[in-house]
Design a protein around this ligand. Structure first.
Ligand SMILES: [Zn+2]
Length: 449
């Protein structure tokens, strides 16, 4: 069945590419033709004359479970370390149902914002929920979103000089055994994969050095990617200097993570020499502007990183630090924040959209998504400009970013419609919101009783 996405108002095919004025042809969930004239053969059409078409956005850093702890009074208005210390004891009370509901809710929020691929970094493993990761895989799959589930871990608790409480850390050996089993059960290396696995010890202040090293070896053996938080705050620099006598990047190199299969969340506090080392090693950085601003963590020097050869994607980060999971809003935040660091002519709407699409795909080593091009998966987001905020706009593509688009009208993943007319096709938004909201209340009452 060939579907003709006909005569779009605008299509984003890259910063310097000629848009296909007559649209896109899709067959079996894959883009088979970019149209500069009417196609010879098609089975159905979709009128896109009022729609801006983007490659589905790729969210490269998130913590789905944190949707349950948004705007918690004891944590808001704090920087990262005290913010985490306020929330860890609450997260220790997560139950299996919470993992399912938060995964569904985050996937729903992301899809409605035009995001078609989501990376989640879960790192809370407790006696109550020994395998949250498989619940995430199965739930994400049921929503239809493409998912990269990072098997997160923490093994350095307060008694050993780390930040998290004892109740949410595991032994290094258990992490490694379970990670290997998880990869073997769920990781799909093939093009078009709906589920992939990456390994993701949480941060220098919550895992042992030995676990970082052993995880790097396991990732190499199993041919999966590595992900962690690094250089997020000055507090982290101080922690690394005090505990390890080295800055975070030296730490990363010592544990054998300085490689092209690694991508970092945040990457804010690097000096120029460190930025060049990152570029030479071919690492990626997930820029999370909203989270960085809400926690006051700092300004990621994206243009310096890119100039050095570091790959850049965007992430909404945990919904407790960014307080929402909206990828389209994150594109705008990235543009606004980065214009404080580099001139407007360097930080264009097209640049910001590139980070959220092609850039994100490069971070997670996927050449089958992130672009509207022949042979890529039909992961597409359609935005309407029929709103007051866009009225009077000349350039439709720029208007999405500059006027603040936040909800896609239609979204397709691998050729399947997951959002039509602003509504989720596989989930009941109202029922999900009610169930999730109740679960969040129960989680807080368990934590504080
Ligand atoms: Zn994070």
């Amino acid at each position: 069945m060939k579907i003709w996405i006909k005569d779009p108002l605008a299509v984003f095919v890259g910063e310097h590419e000629q848009p296909p004025k007559r649209g896109i042809l899709i067959e079996d969930g894959v883009i088979c033709e970019l149209l500069y004239a009417e196609p010879d053969q098609f089975d159905a059409t979709m009128d896109a004359s009022n729609l801006v078409v983007l490659p589905g956005l790729i969210n490269t850093h998130h913590h789905f479970y944190q949707t349950l702890t948004r705007s918690v009074r004891s944590a808001i208005n704090r920087p990262l370390f005290p913010w985490l210390e306020a929330l860890y004891p609450i997260w220790a009370h997560l139950r299996e149902e919470d993992i399912r509901l938060s995964t569904e809710l985050a996937a729903a929020e992301l899809l409605l914002s035009g995001c078609t691929t989501a990376v989640d970094h879960h790192y809370i493993v407790s006696q109550e929920v020994p395998d949250p990761f498989s619940i995430q895989v199965e739930t994400a799959h049921s929503t239809g979103i493409r998912a990269i589930i990072c098997r997160g871990s923490m093994s350095l608790s307060q008694k050993d000089g780390g930040l998290p409480p004892d109740s949410v850390v595991q032994l290094d050996d258990d992490v490694l055994q379970e990670s290997e089993a998880f990869i073997r059960k769920w990781h799909d290396p093939k093009p078009g994969a709906m589920t992939q696995v990456a390994l993701a010890p949480c941060s220098p202040f919550s895992v042992s050095k030995q676990l970082m090293l052993d995880t790097a070896n396991l990732a190499r053996r199993e041919q999966v990617l590595l992900h962690t938080h690094l250089a997020e705050t000055e507090d982290e620099n101080t922690f690394c200097l005090t505990r390890y006598g080295q800055r975070p990047l030296d730490y990363l190199e010592e544990v054998d993570w300085l490689r092209a299969t690694t991508w970092l969340a945040h990457g804010i506090h690097f000096d120029q020499a460190e930025i060049e080392r990152l570029g030479r090693a071919g690492l990626g950085v997930s820029h999370c502007p909203t989270s960085n601003m809400i926690l006051g963590s700092g300004l990621c020097p994206v243009s310096d990183l890119e100039k050095a050869g570091v790959r850049i994607g965007l992430g909404v980060d945990g919904s407790a630090s960014a307080d929402s999971s909206n990828m389209m809003q994150e594109v705008r935040q990235a543009l606004l924040l980065q214009r404080l660091h580099a001139p407007p002519e360097a930080i264009t709407p097209e640049r910001a959209l590139t980070w959220a699409t092609k850039g994100g795909a490069a971070l997670i080593h996927r050449d089958d998504i992130g672009a509207i091009a022949i042979g890529r998966q039909a992961d597409l987001a359609f935005f309407s400009l029929d709103e007051l905020r866009f009225s009077g706009a000349e350039d439709p593509l720029s208007a999405l970013v500059l006027s603040g688009a936040y909800r896609a009208k239609h979204v397709m993943v691998a050729g399947d419609w997951l959002v039509t007319d602003y509504q989720l096709t596989r989930l009941d938004e109202h029922a999900l919101r009610n169930a999730h909201n109740e679960a969040a209340k129960r989680l807080l009452s368990r934590a504080f009783c």
